[in-house]
Unconditional design. Structure first.
Length: 617
């Protein structure tokens, strides 16, 4: 029961903040009406952009200007400071802001501090004192809806109201729910590379984006938004996160797939296909090199040696040089008829594939001395799908940049990628990077995580996720008989989840080739959309897509429609040659296990597993 005096105090303060916020919005409107004055055109444009950015930030904060209050008494001051924490600072004419930006150093007291002695790091050093109040404030549509005095922000019970909402709403509430281990990553020293191993649903992506917002706020001109870059292995996921940074008050941050980045620096033909569609390109490899050659450090050394010996003019460009390198490395001509790779220009003797991207970029860097000095911080998300060699090439390109690397070894579903973060640290940064872990999942229920970990348990040694204490429905299992029955059961589960109020519902299949035929069987499901690698955005609602494309996304409900198609074998037992170690899992089965784990952990609230024959796990 909230004390009425407390409620009236907080209601009055909210009224004052709202009035101050509207006053500043009016003042900015007035400045635009009168005309923005500056010494020259460049200065006028700079002021205009600053005012526009501030206006948008205040507009975003208007309905909910803050979410917390802390009372902190510094050792050197007699009176406590009452600090309200929100998305952006709000001023009322006094020396101190009415609302303190969540990125300010003092705001870490809300995320990390306990009642009693507390301290925070500021540019001037550590500030010590005592924390006498931590209060969560729920403000919606400009009205006070809830007041809770708390001690430990990381309490699962306190998170429950935020975790139980829809996927759309949860992204907008992340600032209010940042946990201590997430806050440590957001505010980590940007002068050292940072590698984060995060379980499915642990908030890796949103934490990374909040880290950008934090660095942009605290580092000033050293980290302007355009000096950041966000990279992923594929472009589909980028559309999902595109709206988060502007909502955090950070705009103009480039967000690219690795292929899009390479195209910035290398011209290698027209009519290329999207990265997720790329095949092997038809090259015949040198048997001495093996399948992993183009993602190995050996190819980088070979490129260096090739360039050192190269005597022909380099004006033919990086693509032509790379073709000559491939020929010398033992790759033959004559791609099979009908194949399509990255390069479809006239000189298509070696159509480039996805595997060629990193060495092609490396050759361009070495041949021309390319050094992208404008980029100061690089974020690589879903980094488990990047090879250590790819990350080395990026570090070579962005020599003056710091790096934040985020991924989950359990979700590596490609043939290339990272198996060990400590190995990446040694290979790329000689052990100088900080390696942190996020094992608690804030997305899934306990029931869903237990089922997903059971699947992952088929691969020993992989880090498993731990769900917060949020229970939901048991995972639904259904044995189906043929494709028509599979579709009928799937349609029934879709309608059941809709009736529960779930909007974002995903039907996931093991491979892209199955989607078209299965979509035809589901043609009676209203509003169903089919998502492919060629789609630039995911618009929400009920969708059908391959499990591989769902990586990084989350849905209110997930239906894994063909769990029998992931190639999972029976539990493996140690062989006599293995001693106490489990027998090695075949690569195809390993990828199937990880892909099924990815599919299952996309679900926030409910998960249905459809299979034919024996249960897959």
């Amino acid at each position: 029961m909230i004390d009425q005096d407390v409620w009236q105090e907080e209601t009055a303060y909210l009224r004052g903040v709202s009035e101050a916020l509207q006053t500043e919005l009016g003042e900015i409107d007035g400045r635009f009406e009168r005309g923005v004055a500056a010494a020259d055109d460049a200065g006028e444009e700079s002021v205009r952009r600053m005012l526009e950015s501030r206006y948008r930030a205040l507009g975003r904060a208007g309905a909910s200007p803050y979410f917390a209050r802390i009372d902190f008494t510094e050792q050197t001051k007699p009176e406590p400071q009452k600090l309200y924490i929100g998305k952006t600072s709000v001023y009322g004419g006094g020396a101190s802001p009415l609302v303190t930006d969540w990125r300010a150093p003092v705001s870490s007291l809300y995320y990390d501090g306990r009642l009693g002695p507390a301290s925070y790091d500021s540019p001037g050093g550590s500030v010590c004192g005592s924390l006498s109040l931590k209060r969560r404030l729920t403000v919606e549509e400009g009205e006070l809806r809830g007041v809770d005095d708390i001690d430990v922000t990381a309490s699962d019970e306190l998170l429950a109201p935020y975790l139980s909402v829809s996927a759309d709403a949860r992204l907008k509430e992340i600032i209010a729910t940042i946990q201590t281990e997430q806050n440590q990553i957001i505010r980590a020293d940007a002068r050292r590379p940072l590698i984060v191993q995060g379980a499915a649903g642990s908030g890796k992506t949103t934490v990374a984006l909040h880290r950008i917002a934090y660095l942009a706020y605290n580092a000033g001109a050293r980290f302007r938004p355009e000096q950041f870059i966000v990279l992923t292995s594929g472009g589909f996921f980028l559309s999902y996160i595109a709206g988060i940074l502007p909502d955090l008050g950070v705009e103009d941050v480039p967000q690219l797939s690795f292929e899009e980045l390479v195209r910035r620096y290398v011209r290698y033909g027209r009519g290329s296909r999207r990265q997720s569609d790329l095949g092997g390109g038809g090259q015949a490899r040198d048997p001495l090199h093996g399948d992993g050659y183009k993602h190995s450090y050996e190819i980088l050394s070979d490129i260096d040696a090739f360039l050192a010996a190269e005597t022909e003019p380099k004006r033919s460009g990086a693509a032509q040089l790379y073709r000559r390198f491939l020929e010398q490395a033992g790759y033959t001509n004559g791609a099979p008829q009908g194949t399509s790779g990255l390069d479809s220009g006239r000189q298509n003797r070696h159509p480039f594939s996805e595997d060629d991207l990193a060495p092609l970029l490396y050759l361009r860097i070495r041949a021309s001395g390319l050094n992208e000095a404008a980029v100061r911080h690089v974020v690589i998300d879903e980094a488990q799908d990047f090879s250590a060699m790819q990350i080395t090439v990026l570090q070579t390109l962005f020599r003056k940049a710091s790096f934040t690397i985020l991924g989950d070894l359990a979700q590596r579903i490609g043939a290339r990628g990272v198996n060990d973060w400590d190995g990446v640290n040694r290979q790329v940064w000689q052990g100088a990077a900080t390696v942190l872990r996020l094992q608690k999942s804030y997305r899934v229920t306990v029931e869903i995580m237990e089922a997903a970990n059971k699947v992952l348990g088929k691969l020993p040694g992989l880090p498993k996720g731990e769900a917060v204490v949020r229970h939901g429905e048991p995972v639904g299992y259904a044995d189906v008989w043929g494709e028509v029955d599979r579709a009928a059961v799937c349609a029934e589960r879709i309608e059941r989840r809709r009736s529960q109020g779930h909007r974002n519902i995903a039907v996931l299949l093991s491979g892209a080739e199955r989607c078209k035929g299965f979509a035809h069987l589901l043609k009676g499901v209203a509003g169903l959309s089919v998502v492919t690698s060629r789609d630039g955005t995911y618009e929400g609602g009920v969708c059908l897509l391959p499990a591989a494309l769902s990586k990084g996304l989350e849905f209110d409900s997930v239906i894994v429609a063909d769990a029998d198609r992931y190639g999972l074998g029976p539990p493996r037992t140690p062989g006599p040659e293995d001693g106490s170690n489990p027998a090695r899992t075949p690569p195809a089965e390993e990828m199937g296990i990880k892909l099924l784990y990815v599919a299952m952990t996309r679900a926030m609230h409910t998960l249905d597993i459809l299979y034919e024959g024996e249960p897959p796990f």
